[in-house]
Design a protein around this ligand. Structure first.
Ligand SMILES: [Cu+2]
Length: 122
């Protein structure tokens, strides 16, 4: 009986761990896409996440190859879609840019960060 209880408890714990992992808000897709080369300089960065975001703590920043800020500092989660975040960009010339995102899941407050680059090549 004791063994069954232990196994049961173990499976409840691993289920809980799997559920918690789902609550992390991962990057699902972005425009421009990670590692993309685009002809026209984008005016915004758009990212869709796997879970609803905390709008106060989640953000996107964009830097040029020198580490200069190239976004307009207006990163925000969409009012109509809490999984969607965007930021407006200054005018980008040819070059490679780095997108740095921070997602904080609305439900459990778990934080993730990530970066990717894209290239503007008119
Ligand atoms: Cu989580």
């Amino acid at each position: 009986m004791r063994n069954i209880a232990t196994v049961l408890l173990a499976s409840i714990f691993s289920l809980a761990a799997a559920t918690a992992a789902f609550a992390h808000s991962e990057l699902q897709s972005s425009v421009p896409a990670a590692n993309a080369t685009v002809k026209d300089a984008p005016k915004t960065i758009e990212i869709d996440f796997s879970e609803e975001l905390n709008p106060k703590l989640s953000k996107i920043e964009v830097q040029d190859s020198m580490g200069m800020t190239m976004d307009k500092g207006d990163s925000h989660v969409s009012d109509s879609d809490a999984k969607h975040m965007s930021v407006d960009l200054q005018s980008l010339s040819a070059g490679t840019y780095k997108v740095l995102w921070t997602s904080v899941a609305a439900d459990d407050g778990h934080k993730l960060t990530g970066t990717y680059t894209f290239t503007v090549q008119p």
